[in-house]
Design a protein around this ligand. Structure first.
Ligand code: PEP
Ligand code: MG
Length: 595
Protein backbone atom coordinates (compact mmCIF):
# COMPACT_ATOMS: atom_id res chain seq x y z
CA UNK A 1 0.00 0.00 0.00
CA UNK A 2 1.54 3.33 -1.02
CA UNK A 3 1.17 6.42 1.10
CA UNK A 4 -0.23 9.37 -0.83
CA UNK A 5 -0.16 12.65 1.08
CA UNK A 6 -0.77 14.88 -1.93
CA UNK A 7 -4.44 15.34 -1.12
CA UNK A 8 -3.58 16.42 2.40
CA UNK A 9 -0.77 18.89 1.86
CA UNK A 10 2.85 19.33 0.81
CA UNK A 11 5.45 16.81 1.94
CA UNK A 12 8.48 14.88 0.78
CA UNK A 13 8.03 11.17 1.38
CA UNK A 14 10.96 8.75 1.32
CA UNK A 15 9.96 5.11 1.23
CA UNK A 16 11.78 2.42 3.16
CA UNK A 17 11.11 -0.77 5.07
CA UNK A 18 8.99 -0.63 8.24
CA UNK A 19 11.37 -1.95 10.90
CA UNK A 20 9.52 -1.11 14.10
CA UNK A 21 5.92 0.16 14.36
CA UNK A 22 4.72 3.55 15.61
CA UNK A 23 4.75 7.18 14.48
CA UNK A 24 7.15 9.77 15.80
CA UNK A 25 7.58 13.47 15.03
CA UNK A 26 10.78 15.22 16.12
CA UNK A 27 14.01 17.00 15.29
CA UNK A 28 16.42 15.22 12.97
CA UNK A 29 19.85 14.40 14.33
CA UNK A 30 21.96 13.54 11.32
CA UNK A 31 24.61 11.18 12.47
CA UNK A 32 27.96 11.25 10.87
CA UNK A 33 28.81 7.61 10.94
CA UNK A 34 31.06 7.97 7.93
CA UNK A 35 34.82 8.16 8.23
CA UNK A 36 36.27 11.66 8.78
CA UNK A 37 38.78 13.21 6.38
CA UNK A 38 42.48 12.62 7.22
CA UNK A 39 45.52 14.83 6.61
CA UNK A 40 48.40 13.73 4.37
CA UNK A 41 51.00 16.17 5.72
CA UNK A 42 54.51 15.03 6.69
CA UNK A 43 55.60 15.85 10.24
CA UNK A 44 59.04 16.92 11.43
CA UNK A 45 61.30 14.26 13.02
CA UNK A 46 61.04 16.04 16.40
CA UNK A 47 57.26 15.62 16.47
CA UNK A 48 57.10 11.93 15.61
CA UNK A 49 57.05 10.61 19.18
CA UNK A 50 54.39 13.14 20.15
CA UNK A 51 52.25 11.83 17.34
CA UNK A 52 52.75 8.29 18.66
CA UNK A 53 51.73 9.46 22.15
CA UNK A 54 48.65 11.20 20.75
CA UNK A 55 47.68 8.00 19.03
CA UNK A 56 48.07 5.90 22.17
CA UNK A 57 46.10 8.51 24.15
CA UNK A 58 43.28 8.29 21.57
CA UNK A 59 43.29 4.50 21.94
CA UNK A 60 43.06 4.80 25.73
CA UNK A 61 40.26 7.41 25.53
CA UNK A 62 38.30 5.30 23.08
CA UNK A 63 38.71 2.29 25.32
CA UNK A 64 37.47 4.30 28.31
CA UNK A 65 34.47 5.49 26.33
CA UNK A 66 33.55 2.01 25.13
CA UNK A 67 33.93 0.58 28.64
CA UNK A 68 31.58 3.23 29.98
CA UNK A 69 29.10 2.50 27.21
CA UNK A 70 29.36 -1.21 27.87
CA UNK A 71 28.64 -0.74 31.57
CA UNK A 72 25.71 1.56 30.85
CA UNK A 73 24.23 -0.85 28.36
CA UNK A 74 24.63 -3.75 30.75
CA UNK A 75 22.56 -1.84 33.33
CA UNK A 76 19.90 -0.89 30.83
CA UNK A 77 19.53 -3.95 28.64
CA UNK A 78 21.63 -6.69 30.18
CA UNK A 79 24.85 -8.52 29.49
CA UNK A 80 23.83 -9.87 26.09
CA UNK A 81 23.45 -6.45 24.52
CA UNK A 82 26.56 -5.20 26.34
CA UNK A 83 28.67 -7.98 24.92
CA UNK A 84 28.58 -6.51 21.46
CA UNK A 85 31.30 -4.09 22.60
CA UNK A 86 33.72 -6.88 23.42
CA UNK A 87 34.93 -7.35 19.86
CA UNK A 88 35.64 -3.61 19.65
CA UNK A 89 37.46 -3.56 22.95
CA UNK A 90 39.61 -6.47 21.83
CA UNK A 91 40.53 -4.63 18.66
CA UNK A 92 41.89 -1.78 20.77
CA UNK A 93 44.49 -4.23 22.06
CA UNK A 94 45.25 -5.84 18.74
CA UNK A 95 48.96 -5.58 17.95
CA UNK A 96 48.32 -5.60 14.19
CA UNK A 97 46.36 -2.39 14.59
CA UNK A 98 48.42 -0.71 17.32
CA UNK A 99 51.97 -1.70 16.30
CA UNK A 100 51.10 -1.35 12.63
CA UNK A 101 49.95 2.23 13.11
CA UNK A 102 52.89 3.23 15.34
CA UNK A 103 55.36 1.71 12.86
CA UNK A 104 53.80 3.69 10.03
CA UNK A 105 53.91 6.98 11.97
CA UNK A 106 57.62 6.46 12.63
CA UNK A 107 58.58 5.21 9.19
CA UNK A 108 56.54 7.58 7.09
CA UNK A 109 56.56 10.53 9.52
CA UNK A 110 52.88 10.92 8.88
CA UNK A 111 49.91 11.90 11.02
CA UNK A 112 48.49 9.19 13.27
CA UNK A 113 45.14 9.50 11.47
CA UNK A 114 46.71 8.63 8.11
CA UNK A 115 48.83 5.84 9.62
CA UNK A 116 45.69 4.39 11.19
CA UNK A 117 43.58 4.48 8.02
CA UNK A 118 46.38 2.88 6.02
CA UNK A 119 46.88 0.14 8.60
CA UNK A 120 43.15 -0.55 8.83
CA UNK A 121 42.87 -0.44 5.06
CA UNK A 122 45.46 -3.16 4.75
CA UNK A 123 43.76 -5.36 7.35
CA UNK A 124 40.39 -4.88 5.67
CA UNK A 125 41.88 -5.80 2.29
CA UNK A 126 43.24 -9.08 3.61
CA UNK A 127 39.96 -9.88 5.40
CA UNK A 128 37.91 -8.99 2.34
CA UNK A 129 39.73 -11.69 0.40
CA UNK A 130 38.85 -14.47 2.82
CA UNK A 131 36.08 -16.92 2.10
CA UNK A 132 35.11 -16.91 5.74
CA UNK A 133 31.75 -15.13 5.92
CA UNK A 134 32.19 -14.39 9.60
CA UNK A 135 35.57 -12.72 9.13
CA UNK A 136 34.20 -10.66 6.28
CA UNK A 137 31.39 -9.51 8.56
CA UNK A 138 34.00 -8.28 11.07
CA UNK A 139 35.14 -5.70 8.52
CA UNK A 140 32.15 -3.73 9.60
CA UNK A 141 33.39 -3.68 13.22
CA UNK A 142 36.88 -2.69 12.11
CA UNK A 143 35.50 0.26 10.18
CA UNK A 144 33.48 1.27 13.19
CA UNK A 145 36.48 1.20 15.52
CA UNK A 146 38.57 3.07 12.94
CA UNK A 147 35.91 5.78 12.78
CA UNK A 148 35.84 6.10 16.55
CA UNK A 149 39.63 6.35 16.81
CA UNK A 150 39.72 8.95 14.06
CA UNK A 151 37.04 10.99 15.82
CA UNK A 152 39.18 10.97 18.97
CA UNK A 153 42.37 11.84 17.09
CA UNK A 154 40.74 14.67 15.19
CA UNK A 155 38.91 15.93 18.25
CA UNK A 156 35.52 15.41 16.65
CA UNK A 157 32.40 14.37 18.46
CA UNK A 158 31.64 10.77 17.70
CA UNK A 159 28.21 9.42 16.98
CA UNK A 160 27.64 7.68 20.28
CA UNK A 161 24.78 9.98 21.28
CA UNK A 162 26.07 10.45 24.79
CA UNK A 163 25.87 14.20 24.61
CA UNK A 164 22.36 14.45 23.31
CA UNK A 165 20.44 16.86 25.47
CA UNK A 166 17.15 16.77 23.60
CA UNK A 167 14.97 14.09 22.14
CA UNK A 168 15.82 13.38 18.52
CA UNK A 169 15.11 11.24 15.51
CA UNK A 170 18.34 9.78 14.22
CA UNK A 171 18.96 10.01 10.51
CA UNK A 172 21.94 7.93 9.40
CA UNK A 173 23.38 6.01 6.52
CA UNK A 174 23.70 3.02 8.78
CA UNK A 175 23.72 2.37 12.48
CA UNK A 176 26.63 0.23 13.60
CA UNK A 177 26.08 -2.07 16.56
CA UNK A 178 28.05 0.15 18.93
CA UNK A 179 25.83 3.12 18.08
CA UNK A 180 22.44 1.40 18.34
CA UNK A 181 23.65 -0.06 21.59
CA UNK A 182 24.12 3.39 23.05
CA UNK A 183 20.65 4.62 22.12
CA UNK A 184 18.79 5.37 25.22
CA UNK A 185 15.09 5.40 24.83
CA UNK A 186 14.62 8.74 26.61
CA UNK A 187 16.65 10.54 23.98
CA UNK A 188 16.14 8.63 20.77
CA UNK A 189 12.52 8.80 19.70
CA UNK A 190 12.98 6.94 16.45
CA UNK A 191 15.40 6.42 13.61
CA UNK A 192 15.73 6.11 9.87
CA UNK A 193 18.62 4.56 7.97
CA UNK A 194 19.62 4.23 4.35
CA UNK A 195 20.60 0.57 4.55
CA UNK A 196 19.37 -2.49 6.42
CA UNK A 197 16.40 -4.84 6.39
CA UNK A 198 13.76 -5.99 8.85
CA UNK A 199 16.09 -8.51 10.40
CA UNK A 200 19.22 -6.35 10.50
CA UNK A 201 20.67 -5.66 13.90
CA UNK A 202 19.38 -2.08 14.07
CA UNK A 203 15.82 -3.21 13.32
CA UNK A 204 15.87 -5.89 15.97
CA UNK A 205 17.18 -3.34 18.44
CA UNK A 206 14.43 -0.84 17.53
CA UNK A 207 11.76 -3.43 18.20
CA UNK A 208 13.28 -4.46 21.49
CA UNK A 209 13.56 -0.78 22.55
CA UNK A 210 10.06 -0.25 21.15
CA UNK A 211 10.95 2.84 19.13
CA UNK A 212 9.54 3.47 15.64
CA UNK A 213 12.06 2.90 12.86
CA UNK A 214 12.32 2.82 9.09
CA UNK A 215 15.33 1.26 7.36
CA UNK A 216 16.54 0.71 3.81
CA UNK A 217 15.52 4.13 2.45
CA UNK A 218 18.59 4.26 0.14
CA UNK A 219 18.86 8.06 0.39
CA UNK A 220 17.96 10.10 3.39
CA UNK A 221 20.98 11.76 4.99
CA UNK A 222 21.38 14.30 2.19
CA UNK A 223 17.68 15.07 2.04
CA UNK A 224 17.29 16.72 5.45
CA UNK A 225 18.93 19.46 7.52
CA UNK A 226 20.26 19.03 11.01
CA UNK A 227 17.47 19.93 13.46
CA UNK A 228 14.70 19.91 10.84
CA UNK A 229 11.37 18.55 12.05
CA UNK A 230 10.76 15.16 10.49
CA UNK A 231 8.41 12.20 10.80
CA UNK A 232 9.20 8.51 11.05
CA UNK A 233 6.20 6.41 10.18
CA UNK A 234 7.18 2.89 11.22
CA UNK A 235 3.76 1.54 10.26
CA UNK A 236 3.88 2.43 6.59
CA UNK A 237 7.69 2.36 6.45
CA UNK A 238 8.13 5.95 5.30
CA UNK A 239 10.18 8.95 6.34
CA UNK A 240 8.47 12.32 5.84
CA UNK A 241 10.14 15.76 5.74
CA UNK A 242 9.68 19.16 4.14
CA UNK A 243 6.00 19.11 5.05
CA UNK A 244 3.49 21.87 5.63
CA UNK A 245 1.15 22.38 8.59
CA UNK A 246 -1.63 20.33 7.05
CA UNK A 247 0.58 17.24 6.85
CA UNK A 248 1.93 17.88 10.35
CA UNK A 249 -1.62 18.11 11.64
CA UNK A 250 -2.54 14.93 9.77
CA UNK A 251 0.37 13.05 11.33
CA UNK A 252 -0.36 14.38 14.82
CA UNK A 253 -3.84 12.92 14.47
CA UNK A 254 -2.45 9.62 13.13
CA UNK A 255 0.02 9.47 16.00
CA UNK A 256 -2.70 10.09 18.56
CA UNK A 257 -4.94 7.52 16.94
CA UNK A 258 -2.14 5.00 16.88
CA UNK A 259 -1.33 5.58 20.54
CA UNK A 260 -4.99 5.22 21.49
CA UNK A 261 -5.20 2.18 19.28
CA UNK A 262 -2.18 0.67 21.06
CA UNK A 263 -3.61 1.46 24.48
CA UNK A 264 -6.88 -0.03 23.44
CA UNK A 265 -5.14 -3.14 22.21
CA UNK A 266 -3.13 -3.47 25.38
CA UNK A 267 -6.38 -3.64 27.29
CA UNK A 268 -6.85 -7.14 25.91
CA UNK A 269 -3.44 -8.18 27.22
CA UNK A 270 -4.75 -10.08 30.21
CA UNK A 271 -7.72 -11.60 28.44
CA UNK A 272 -7.47 -15.04 26.88
CA UNK A 273 -7.05 -15.41 23.12
CA UNK A 274 -10.42 -17.02 22.64
CA UNK A 275 -12.79 -16.68 19.69
CA UNK A 276 -16.38 -15.51 20.11
CA UNK A 277 -17.55 -19.10 19.94
CA UNK A 278 -15.11 -20.27 22.59
CA UNK A 279 -12.16 -21.67 20.63
CA UNK A 280 -9.00 -21.01 22.63
CA UNK A 281 -5.54 -20.28 21.21
CA UNK A 282 -2.24 -19.97 22.98
CA UNK A 283 -0.38 -16.78 22.11
CA UNK A 284 3.38 -16.94 22.10
CA UNK A 285 6.08 -14.37 21.42
CA UNK A 286 9.10 -14.67 19.16
CA UNK A 287 12.23 -13.31 20.80
CA UNK A 288 15.81 -12.91 19.75
CA UNK A 289 17.40 -11.88 23.05
CA UNK A 290 16.62 -12.95 26.63
CA UNK A 291 15.82 -9.35 27.64
CA UNK A 292 12.83 -9.34 25.30
CA UNK A 293 10.96 -11.75 27.56
CA UNK A 294 9.77 -8.74 29.61
CA UNK A 295 8.33 -7.08 26.53
CA UNK A 296 6.67 -10.39 25.61
CA UNK A 297 4.92 -10.48 28.99
CA UNK A 298 3.92 -6.83 28.81
CA UNK A 299 2.23 -7.48 25.49
CA UNK A 300 0.29 -10.44 26.80
CA UNK A 301 2.33 -13.44 25.64
CA UNK A 302 1.53 -16.60 27.56
CA UNK A 303 4.79 -18.18 26.54
CA UNK A 304 7.67 -17.93 24.10
CA UNK A 305 6.79 -19.68 20.86
CA UNK A 306 10.23 -19.15 19.39
CA UNK A 307 13.47 -18.18 21.09
CA UNK A 308 15.95 -17.66 18.24
CA UNK A 309 19.07 -18.58 20.20
CA UNK A 310 21.49 -17.73 17.40
CA UNK A 311 21.50 -14.09 18.52
CA UNK A 312 23.38 -15.20 21.65
CA UNK A 313 26.12 -16.46 19.34
CA UNK A 314 26.26 -13.57 16.86
CA UNK A 315 28.14 -10.25 17.31
CA UNK A 316 30.84 -11.81 19.46
CA UNK A 317 34.16 -13.49 18.93
CA UNK A 318 33.67 -16.74 20.78
CA UNK A 319 31.04 -19.40 21.40
CA UNK A 320 29.04 -18.83 24.61
CA UNK A 321 29.87 -21.37 27.30
CA UNK A 322 27.32 -23.87 28.63
CA UNK A 323 26.97 -21.82 31.84
CA UNK A 324 26.44 -18.59 30.00
CA UNK A 325 23.78 -20.14 27.79
CA UNK A 326 22.16 -21.79 30.80
CA UNK A 327 21.85 -18.40 32.55
CA UNK A 328 20.29 -16.86 29.44
CA UNK A 329 17.76 -19.68 28.92
CA UNK A 330 16.99 -19.94 32.61
CA UNK A 331 16.24 -16.19 32.80
CA UNK A 332 13.64 -16.48 30.05
CA UNK A 333 12.13 -19.68 31.46
CA UNK A 334 11.77 -18.08 34.89
CA UNK A 335 10.31 -14.85 33.51
CA UNK A 336 7.69 -16.73 31.50
CA UNK A 337 6.75 -19.33 34.13
CA UNK A 338 4.28 -20.96 34.27
CA UNK A 339 4.15 -20.37 30.49
CA UNK A 340 6.34 -22.49 28.26
CA UNK A 341 9.43 -21.41 26.36
CA UNK A 342 10.31 -23.06 23.06
CA UNK A 343 14.06 -22.81 22.79
CA UNK A 344 15.16 -23.40 19.23
CA UNK A 345 18.63 -24.84 18.86
CA UNK A 346 21.11 -22.84 16.85
CA UNK A 347 19.80 -21.96 13.39
CA UNK A 348 22.88 -20.62 11.68
CA UNK A 349 23.72 -20.82 8.03
CA UNK A 350 21.52 -19.08 5.47
CA UNK A 351 22.23 -15.45 6.33
CA UNK A 352 23.51 -15.90 9.93
CA UNK A 353 26.97 -17.01 10.96
CA UNK A 354 28.77 -17.48 14.25
CA UNK A 355 32.30 -16.87 15.43
CA UNK A 356 34.55 -19.87 15.75
CA UNK A 357 32.05 -21.83 13.66
CA UNK A 358 33.47 -23.67 10.70
CA UNK A 359 31.54 -22.04 7.95
CA UNK A 360 32.77 -22.08 4.41
CA UNK A 361 31.39 -19.89 1.69
CA UNK A 362 28.53 -21.68 -0.03
CA UNK A 363 26.93 -21.02 -3.40
CA UNK A 364 23.42 -21.54 -1.97
CA UNK A 365 23.60 -20.92 1.78
CA UNK A 366 19.85 -21.34 2.34
CA UNK A 367 20.15 -24.80 0.81
CA UNK A 368 23.40 -25.49 2.54
CA UNK A 369 24.86 -26.17 5.95
CA UNK A 370 22.07 -24.66 7.97
CA UNK A 371 19.93 -25.32 11.05
CA UNK A 372 19.97 -28.89 12.33
CA UNK A 373 22.51 -29.88 9.66
CA UNK A 374 25.02 -27.48 11.16
CA UNK A 375 24.39 -28.57 14.76
CA UNK A 376 24.71 -32.25 13.87
CA UNK A 377 28.00 -31.45 12.15
CA UNK A 378 29.31 -29.67 15.27
CA UNK A 379 28.52 -32.18 18.03
CA UNK A 380 30.47 -30.38 20.75
CA UNK A 381 28.71 -27.11 20.14
CA UNK A 382 25.36 -28.92 19.89
CA UNK A 383 25.77 -30.89 23.09
CA UNK A 384 26.83 -27.77 24.94
CA UNK A 385 23.65 -26.00 23.90
CA UNK A 386 21.41 -28.97 24.69
CA UNK A 387 22.93 -29.32 28.16
CA UNK A 388 22.30 -25.63 28.80
CA UNK A 389 18.65 -25.92 27.67
CA UNK A 390 18.13 -29.07 29.74
CA UNK A 391 19.54 -27.37 32.84
CA UNK A 392 17.21 -24.40 32.27
CA UNK A 393 14.28 -26.83 32.14
CA UNK A 394 14.74 -27.43 35.87
CA UNK A 395 13.45 -23.89 36.48
CA UNK A 396 10.21 -23.87 34.50
CA UNK A 397 8.75 -25.15 31.27
CA UNK A 398 11.42 -25.29 28.58
CA UNK A 399 10.81 -27.14 25.32
CA UNK A 400 13.46 -27.98 22.73
CA UNK A 401 12.96 -27.35 19.04
CA UNK A 402 15.16 -28.34 16.08
CA UNK A 403 15.23 -26.08 13.00
CA UNK A 404 15.21 -26.87 9.29
CA UNK A 405 14.52 -30.56 9.56
CA UNK A 406 14.00 -32.37 6.28
CA UNK A 407 14.51 -36.04 7.14
CA UNK A 408 13.58 -38.49 9.84
CA UNK A 409 17.22 -39.37 10.41
CA UNK A 410 17.96 -35.83 11.45
CA UNK A 411 15.33 -36.03 14.19
CA UNK A 412 16.65 -39.39 15.36
CA UNK A 413 20.27 -38.19 15.31
CA UNK A 414 19.38 -35.03 17.20
CA UNK A 415 17.53 -37.07 19.81
CA UNK A 416 20.64 -39.20 20.25
CA UNK A 417 22.77 -36.14 20.91
CA UNK A 418 20.11 -34.99 23.37
CA UNK A 419 20.35 -38.34 25.13
CA UNK A 420 24.13 -37.93 25.34
CA UNK A 421 23.62 -34.47 26.86
CA UNK A 422 21.25 -35.99 29.44
CA UNK A 423 23.76 -38.68 30.34
CA UNK A 424 26.50 -36.10 30.84
CA UNK A 425 24.27 -34.06 33.14
CA UNK A 426 23.40 -37.16 35.16
CA UNK A 427 27.10 -37.90 35.64
CA UNK A 428 27.68 -34.26 36.60
CA UNK A 429 24.79 -34.44 39.06
CA UNK A 430 22.92 -31.54 37.46
CA UNK A 431 19.15 -31.13 37.53
CA UNK A 432 16.87 -31.10 34.49
CA UNK A 433 13.23 -31.81 33.63
CA UNK A 434 12.54 -35.35 32.49
CA UNK A 435 10.74 -35.85 30.19
CA UNK A 436 11.13 -32.65 28.20
CA UNK A 437 9.06 -31.80 25.10
CA UNK A 438 10.94 -32.14 21.83
CA UNK A 439 9.68 -30.53 18.66
CA UNK A 440 10.67 -29.50 15.17
CA UNK A 441 10.17 -26.49 12.98
CA UNK A 442 8.07 -27.51 10.00
CA UNK A 443 9.65 -25.25 7.42
CA UNK A 444 10.67 -27.47 4.55
CA UNK A 445 8.15 -28.99 2.12
CA UNK A 446 9.64 -32.41 2.94
CA UNK A 447 8.69 -31.99 6.59
CA UNK A 448 5.09 -31.30 5.57
CA UNK A 449 4.88 -34.25 3.21
CA UNK A 450 6.32 -36.53 5.88
CA UNK A 451 4.59 -34.78 8.77
CA UNK A 452 2.73 -37.92 9.81
CA UNK A 453 5.96 -39.87 10.14
CA UNK A 454 7.72 -37.01 11.91
CA UNK A 455 4.78 -36.64 14.30
CA UNK A 456 5.52 -40.08 15.70
CA UNK A 457 9.01 -38.93 16.73
CA UNK A 458 8.26 -35.58 18.39
CA UNK A 459 5.94 -33.91 20.87
CA UNK A 460 5.17 -30.81 18.84
CA UNK A 461 5.44 -28.96 15.55
CA UNK A 462 5.95 -25.26 14.98
CA UNK A 463 5.37 -24.11 11.42
CA UNK A 464 8.12 -21.77 10.22
CA UNK A 465 6.24 -19.99 7.48
CA UNK A 466 9.16 -17.67 6.62
CA UNK A 467 11.20 -20.57 5.35
CA UNK A 468 8.28 -22.73 4.30
CA UNK A 469 7.28 -20.00 1.83
CA UNK A 470 10.83 -19.60 0.53
CA UNK A 471 11.39 -23.31 0.04
CA UNK A 472 7.92 -24.06 -1.34
CA UNK A 473 7.82 -21.21 -3.83
CA UNK A 474 11.58 -21.36 -4.53
CA UNK A 475 11.90 -17.67 -3.66
CA UNK A 476 14.91 -16.43 -1.68
CA UNK A 477 13.38 -14.63 1.31
CA UNK A 478 16.10 -11.96 1.26
CA UNK A 479 16.18 -11.19 -2.45
CA UNK A 480 14.48 -7.91 -3.48
CA UNK A 481 14.24 -8.91 -7.12
CA UNK A 482 11.93 -11.81 -6.44
CA UNK A 483 10.18 -10.33 -3.40
CA UNK A 484 6.96 -9.97 -5.42
CA UNK A 485 6.80 -13.77 -5.62
CA UNK A 486 7.23 -14.27 -1.89
CA UNK A 487 3.58 -14.75 -1.07
CA UNK A 488 2.15 -15.98 2.20
CA UNK A 489 -1.34 -16.20 0.71
CA UNK A 490 -0.18 -18.53 -2.05
CA UNK A 491 -2.60 -21.48 -2.09
CA UNK A 492 0.33 -23.94 -2.13
CA UNK A 493 1.56 -22.49 1.17
CA UNK A 494 -1.92 -22.54 2.69
CA UNK A 495 -2.40 -26.17 1.76
CA UNK A 496 0.91 -27.15 3.31
CA UNK A 497 -0.06 -25.44 6.56
CA UNK A 498 -3.42 -27.21 6.50
CA UNK A 499 -1.72 -30.57 5.90
CA UNK A 500 0.72 -30.01 8.76
CA UNK A 501 -2.10 -29.26 11.18
CA UNK A 502 -4.03 -32.31 9.98
CA UNK A 503 -1.03 -34.59 10.56
CA UNK A 504 -0.51 -33.12 14.02
CA UNK A 505 -4.19 -33.56 14.90
CA UNK A 506 -4.19 -37.13 13.67
CA UNK A 507 -1.22 -37.99 15.87
CA UNK A 508 -2.48 -35.84 18.74
CA UNK A 509 0.54 -33.59 18.98
CA UNK A 510 0.59 -29.85 19.63
CA UNK A 511 1.05 -27.54 16.62
CA UNK A 512 1.85 -23.83 16.46
CA UNK A 513 3.08 -21.33 13.88
CA UNK A 514 5.94 -18.93 14.48
CA UNK A 515 6.72 -17.30 11.11
CA UNK A 516 5.96 -13.62 10.37
CA UNK A 517 2.63 -14.77 8.95
CA UNK A 518 1.33 -15.26 12.49
CA UNK A 519 1.63 -11.49 13.04
CA UNK A 520 -0.09 -10.49 9.81
CA UNK A 521 -3.69 -9.46 10.54
CA UNK A 522 -5.04 -10.76 7.24
CA UNK A 523 -3.26 -14.09 7.52
CA UNK A 524 -4.52 -14.46 11.10
CA UNK A 525 -8.06 -14.71 9.70
CA UNK A 526 -6.96 -17.88 7.93
CA UNK A 527 -4.75 -19.22 10.70
CA UNK A 528 -7.66 -19.15 13.17
CA UNK A 529 -9.57 -21.42 10.82
CA UNK A 530 -6.60 -23.81 10.49
CA UNK A 531 -7.17 -24.97 14.06
CA UNK A 532 -3.64 -24.43 15.30
CA UNK A 533 -2.93 -24.64 19.03
CA UNK A 534 -0.73 -21.57 19.07
CA UNK A 535 0.24 -18.45 17.16
CA UNK A 536 3.60 -16.91 17.96
CA UNK A 537 4.85 -13.56 16.70
CA UNK A 538 6.81 -10.43 17.63
CA UNK A 539 5.64 -9.08 21.05
CA UNK A 540 4.53 -5.80 19.47
CA UNK A 541 2.02 -7.58 17.23
CA UNK A 542 0.46 -9.72 19.92
CA UNK A 543 -2.31 -7.37 21.11
CA UNK A 544 -3.56 -6.90 17.56
CA UNK A 545 -3.51 -10.63 16.87
CA UNK A 546 -5.38 -11.25 20.11
CA UNK A 547 -8.01 -8.64 19.26
CA UNK A 548 -8.65 -10.30 15.92
CA UNK A 549 -8.99 -13.70 17.53
CA UNK A 550 -11.35 -12.33 20.18
CA UNK A 551 -13.59 -10.59 17.70
CA UNK A 552 -13.98 -13.44 15.26
CA UNK A 553 -15.66 -16.80 15.49
CA UNK A 554 -13.98 -20.10 14.77
CA UNK A 555 -16.92 -21.07 12.60
CA UNK A 556 -16.64 -18.06 10.33
CA UNK A 557 -12.84 -18.41 10.19
CA UNK A 558 -13.23 -21.98 8.98
CA UNK A 559 -15.52 -20.75 6.23
CA UNK A 560 -13.03 -18.04 5.27
CA UNK A 561 -10.30 -20.66 5.10
CA UNK A 562 -12.38 -23.17 3.14
CA UNK A 563 -13.09 -20.52 0.52
CA UNK A 564 -9.43 -19.48 0.36
CA UNK A 565 -8.35 -23.08 -0.10
CA UNK A 566 -10.49 -23.33 -3.22
CA UNK A 567 -8.71 -20.37 -4.80
CA UNK A 568 -5.79 -20.77 -7.13
CA UNK A 569 -3.79 -17.55 -6.75
CA UNK A 570 -2.38 -15.62 -3.81
CA UNK A 571 -3.84 -12.32 -5.02
CA UNK A 572 -7.32 -13.81 -5.08
CA UNK A 573 -6.87 -15.00 -1.50
CA UNK A 574 -5.57 -11.61 -0.44
CA UNK A 575 -8.53 -9.79 -1.95
CA UNK A 576 -10.92 -12.22 -0.28
CA UNK A 577 -9.28 -11.55 3.11
CA UNK A 578 -9.18 -7.78 2.61
CA UNK A 579 -12.90 -7.70 1.93
CA UNK A 580 -13.68 -9.66 5.06
CA UNK A 581 -11.31 -7.58 7.13
CA UNK A 582 -12.67 -4.23 6.02
CA UNK A 583 -16.21 -5.35 6.66
CA UNK A 584 -15.61 -6.90 10.05
CA UNK A 585 -12.81 -4.94 11.68
CA UNK A 586 -12.69 -1.40 10.33
CA UNK A 587 -11.30 -0.31 13.71
CA UNK A 588 -8.60 -2.93 14.18
CA UNK A 589 -5.76 -2.71 11.70
CA UNK A 590 -3.14 -0.06 12.33
CA UNK A 591 -2.17 -0.04 8.69
CA UNK A 592 -5.76 0.46 7.66
CA UNK A 593 -5.82 3.68 9.66
CA UNK A 594 -3.43 5.30 7.25
CA UNK A 595 -5.02 4.19 4.00
C1 PEP B 1 10.58 -19.31 9.96
O1 PEP B 1 11.35 -19.79 9.11
O2 PEP B 1 9.39 -19.08 9.75
C2 PEP B 1 11.08 -18.96 11.30
C3 PEP B 1 10.25 -18.56 12.24
O3 PEP B 1 12.40 -19.02 11.53
P1 PEP B 1 13.49 -17.94 11.02
O4 PEP B 1 12.74 -16.71 10.57
O5 PEP B 1 14.36 -17.70 12.20
O6 PEP B 1 14.17 -18.67 9.92
MG1 MG C 1 13.23 -20.60 9.63
Amino acid sequence: MRLDLSEIGRAMVIEGIPASPGIVIGKAFIMDTQRPHVSHETISPGNVEREVEDFMAAVADTRGLLERLRAKLKDELGENHARMFDAHLMMLEDSMILDGTVKRIREKRCRASLALTETMGQIIKVMGRTDDEYLRDRIYDIKDIERRLLMQLLGRKDGCLDDLDAEVIIVAHDLPATVTASMRRERVKGFVTEVGGRTSHASIMARSLEIPAVVGTHSVTDAVDQGETVIVDGIMGVFVHGFDDAVLEYYRDRQKEYEEFEEQLLLVKDYPAVTRDGHKFELGANIELPEEADSAKRHGAEGIGLFRTEYLFIARDDIPSEDEQYEAYRGVVETMAPGSVIIRTLDVGGDKFVAGGEHEREANPYLGWRGIRYSLGQPNLFIRQLKAILRASAHGKARIMFPMVSSLNEIRDAKQVLEAARQQLIIEGKQFADPIDIGIMVETPAAVVLAEAFATEVDFFSIGSNDLIQYTLAVDRGNDRVAYLYDQYHPAVLRLIRDTVRAARKHKIWVGICGEMAGDPLAVLLLIGMGLDELSTSPLMLPEVKSIIRSTSYRSARKTLAKALEMTTGSEVRRHLEQIFKKRYPEISATEMIS
